[in-house]
Design a protein around this ligand. Structure first.
Ligand SMILES: [Zn+2]
Length: 221
């Protein structure tokens, strides 16, 4: 199996006005309610996230990345399933994030697929699930070694995690507020972005569309 063929990591700014209009049902380019102080200050815990994400003394770095990948996968899956009834092909015909960035899935043959958000995130979560259960990639047995390129794979997985939450902030924030889940979302997103920063998992260009939110959340500490 070739791991480098995996996709899902291409994104392009949405180019046409028609695209933006199509996305206008969910998104509001002017108003970013997730930045409002009354919401951005809400978290379920004020634990020291830097201490939580740092590599503990004596722990192997790959082991630390692996165990956190599994934990984030569970939490992000759980969170997005709470909103899945709102993320439908008709509500979200394209997989988009802040600024109406459109995410394309790349299939095994390198073809870019423009697909609905629920389909994109289904592909993403299945892809990650397959990796996590592949003993050659995420070994669980004592004495086994992590494969060459493990960090590269982890970076791809965290980009998909980031996009999952970015889509929720962009397209489903009102529903998140209505369900009272915004303190959970802020906590999960803060944990994720601090973890990625500490372990250099995301490129600046990937986090840029939510840099305003990341800065606002950091100011709450
Ligand atoms: Zn959606």
């Amino acid at each position: 199996r070739s791991f480098t063929a995996m996709g899902g990591c291409h994104s392009y700014p949405s180019a046409t006005k028609a695209d933006k209009t199509a996305e206008g049902i969910n998104n509001n380019l002017e108003e970013r309610p997730y930045l409002q102080q009354e919401y951005v200050c809400q978290r379920i815990t004020h634990t020291d996230v830097f201490a939580l994400t740092a590599l503990p003394p004596g722990v192997d770095k790959a082991e630390w990345l692996a165990s956190n990948t599994v934990a984030f996968f569970k939490n992000i899956n759980l969170f997005s399933s709470a909103l899945s009834e709102f993320c439908t092909p008709s509500n979200c015909p394209t997989a988009c994030g802040p600024g109406n960035t459109v995410y394309f899935w790349t299939d095994d043959h390198g073809r870019k697929l423009k697909c609905s958000a629920p389909l994109y995130f289904d592909y993403a979560m299945s892809y990650i699930q397959d990796l996590l259960t592949d003993e050659d990639v995420f070994p669980t047995k004592a004495g086994s070694v992590f494969p060459t390129g493990f960090v590269f794979l982890v970076q791809k997985v965290f980009l998909l995690f980031f996009r999952t939450l970015a889509h929720i902030y962009w397209s489903h924030y009102r529903e998140t507020l209505a369900l009272g889940l915004h303190p959970h979302l802020n906590t999960l997103f803060t944990h994720l972005t601090v973890f990625c920063r500490q372990h250099s998992l995301l490129e600046p260009e990937h986090i840029e569309p939510l840099q305003d939110l990341i800065a606002a959340l950091r100011q709450q500490d």
